[in-house]
Design a binder for this molecule. Structure first.
Ligand code: ATP
Length: 432
């Protein structure tokens, strides 16, 4: 090691510590939480490990900076708060607390969650050995259980990828990052939209983006998550991305060269003329066999059979979450009866409401949903007001919040009966 290396490392450590202090200023919530180290950053948030002084536990805190500055950031923040606040499922990361601090370009929102040790990305790429099928099945089953909870309530995650699937060293997996989550509703689309090629740029990370999003077809539903899980399942086997496109056109190309030209019915569903012409420019491509697409030895026919059904290019013919959980591959590992929690109806109502709100209304609800963590009263510049200055509380669904407190690491919202938060009940799921 060069002699200057220790000194240089000390400078880097010092810079990292100073950056941590700059990035995570918790205002009055600093009495409860201390940032310990930076964990990672995504397109919309930065995450740190922190110490919870009340519970003496380690937590993860995600900061969405300038959350009120644009409609996109405001909607992402509110979606994540609203989908997570009543959700209790072993395979979905729990939200413990939400607070906000004022900022120069709009408020910062902080989401306090259970700390997880790593992500599926680390599991896949952290070792040079292939993952064995027992581990793959164990991880896949947990993704599917979390997804069944969401899909049964009609909620699509819409950004599933290995770095959003958090994993502990004991193999416990939890789905995270609900900033894109949405109630699955058929979407209206104008005929031959000029900008259609670029319309779905911000839905789902490219290698996991379903053809109906890439090809700009009218129906976006929970099927987009099944496509993403199919890609992730294949990635666990291959230890590389299955469809590694780097832009929209190369993503379409890489899918078509492996899975073939979409069928006539699907081509008819593509509303965008430019997209249709681009697909046709490849000529008639036939699909490869699945053991060519995923060339592993020994071949696992049941795994390939399930992947083939999850990666059906036609979303209407793609396998759904319930049939996925009953597929032979899953049943050969998990033939047992499990009692599943049911997503409370409130989550569905809240998710539906978020999509129709204006920027002003979104910001007003964030101000209500996230407690103020600053001694000073939040200035008007930190949040937006409706044009009339009236409260938008009427836009909230029944049981919406007017602030939150933490108690015993549960998140309680002032207008709610805490006993009702988990009132989704349970359902018996049997893998016959
Ligand atoms: N509870 C947690 N425990 C440990 N690590 C976490 C936790 N939540 C998020 N992370 C990690 O922090 C990083 C950024 O988080 P996240 O994906 O939520 O941010 P984002 O800006 O919404 O990302 P994206 O670009 O995927 O939309 C990710 O790598 C994720 O693995």
């Amino acid at each position: 090691m060069p002699t200057y290396a220790p000194g240089f490392n000390r400078i880097l450590d010092d810079l990292a510590r100073r950056q941590l202090v700059l990035d995570f200023q918790f205002g009055s919530a600093g009495a409860s939480y201390e940032a310990v180290r930076s964990i990672g950053a995504g397109a919309f948030g930065i995450v740190c490990e922190a110490h919870d002084n009340n519970t003496q536990e380690k937590v993860a805190i995600k900061k969405i900076g300038h959350a009120s500055a644009t409609p996109t950031l405001s909607r992402r923040s509110l979606r994540e708060i609203r989908v997570l606040r009543y959700i209790r499922h072993p395979n979905i990361v729990p939200l413990r607390d939400v607070f906000r601090t004022p900022g120069t370009v709009g408020m910062n929102v902080y989401l306090v969650m259970d700390l997880m040790e790593g992500s599926l990305h680390h599991v896949i790429y952290g070792s040079t050995e292939p993952l064995d099928y027992d581990l793959i099945a164990h991880l896949l089953y947990q993704i599917l259980r979390g997804l069944r909870y969401l899909h049964t309530a009609g909620i699509a995650h819409r950004d599933l990828k290995p770095s959003n699937l958090l994993v502990n060293s004991d193999g416990h997996l939890r789905i995270a990052d609900f900033g894109m989550a949405k109630l699955a509703m058929p979407e209206h689309m104008d005929e031959a939209d000029e900008h259609c090629f670029y319309m779905t740029q911000h839905i789902a990370t490219l290698p996991y983006r379903a053809p109906e999003l890439l090809f700009v077809m009218p129906e976006h539903s929970t099927a987009v998550d099944i496509w993403a899980v199919g890609c992730i399942f294949a990635e666990m086997i291959l230890r590389r991305e299955l469809f590694p496109g780097r832009n929209v056109t190369s993503q379409i190309k890489v899918i078509i060269t492996q899975l073939g030209t979409p069928g006539k019915e699907q081509m008819r569903m593509i509303k965008c003329e430019r997209t249709r012409q681009f697909i046709q420019s490849f000529g008639e491509q036939s699909s490869l066999n699945w053991d060519q697409i995923i060339p592993t030895r020994p071949t696992n026919d049941e795994a390939l059979g399930l992947i083939a059904q999850m990666l059906n290019m036609n979303p209407y013919q793609r396998i759904d979450i319930h049939r996925t959980l009953q597929h032979e591959f899953i049943r050969s590992y998990f033939p047992i009866v499990t009692t599943e929690p049911v997503c409370p109806f409130k989550v569905k109502m809240d998710m539906a409401a978020v999509e129709s709100l204006s920027h002003e209304q979104l910001v007003e609800l964030i101000l209500k949903d996230a407690r103020a963590a600053d001694d000073e009263v939040l200035s008007l510049n930190d949040g937006l007001q409706t044009a009339s200055g009236e409260s938008t509380a009427s836009y909230m669904s029944e049981g919406s919040v007017s602030g939150c407190q933490t108690e015993n690491s549960e998140i309680y919202f002032n207008n709610d009966n805490p006993n009702e938060q988990n009132s989704g009940g349970t359902i018996e799921i049997t893998n016959l």
